[in-house]
Write a protein of this length. Structure first.
Length: 208
């Protein structure tokens, strides 16, 4: 009688162990699947092209772009975005990862943007930017008011002396449909994207 009871107890214990093991394997598979979905459908690795975003981002540096939030809400002022440039001719293919550019949003859809003495104005009101930028720069075509459409953004380089942004007539504004996503992380070194680092003083400047 006791032997039968012990045998039944062992069978029940093995059954519970197998159930727990299967449950654990299912959880591991679901976690791996979720991670794969997140990596492949909500994030994208992009390589920085050019020096326009120095000294925050350098040419050739790899960054991670959040591609899902753009479907939930529109990017705000100050957001660093990755986007496809407008095609300059019918023969040019702009929707290629090798063409993706990175700039900072300064003007929002529907605003009238212009620049004076390095300061950006939206609807004739100065924009208070979160970081310090060089104000001894050219306004380019933004010297005259630029009206943004309901799906257009005015973007600037963090390196404000680099006119490869919306101040250039050949660059133009960025359309919402061309935005890949917001840049939030750099690789090598690993860090979160914020703003340009303050320029370090030289030894001569410290002594003066």
């Amino acid at each position: 009688m006791n032997l039968r009871f012990e045998e039944e107890a062992k069978k029940e214990k093995r059954k519970k162990l197998i159930i727990e093991l299967v449950r654990y394997l299912i959880e591991v598979i679901l976690v791996i699947l979720l991670a794969w979905v997140i990596i492949n459908f909500t994030m994208k690795k992009v390589i920085v092209i050019g020096s326009a975003m120095e000294n925050m981002l350098n040419s050739g540096q790899e960054v991670i772009v959040n591609t899902i939030t753009k479907h939930l809400f529109s990017p705000g002022r100050g957001t660093v975005i990755a986007f496809y440039p407008e095609k300059k001719s019918s023969l040019e293919t702009s929707l290629s990862d090798s063409n993706i550019l990175i700039r900072r949003i300064v003007g929002l859809p529907g605003e009238k943007i212009h620049m004076e003495d390095g300061v950006v104005y939206a609807d004739n009101k100065p924009i208070e930017e979160s970081y310090e930028f060089d104000r001894h720069v050219s306004a380019g075509q933004a010297e005259e008011p630029m009206q943004l459409g309901e799906d257009e953004y005015f973007v600037l380089s963090d390196k404000r002396t680099d006119l490869d942004d919306s101040r250039s007539s050949s660059f133009t504004k960025v359309k919402k449909g061309n935005i890949v996503g917001s840049v939030f992380m750099t690789l090598n070194p690993f860090s979160f994207v914020s703003g340009p680092e303050p320029e370090k003083e030289t030894e001569e400047e410290k002594d003066s």
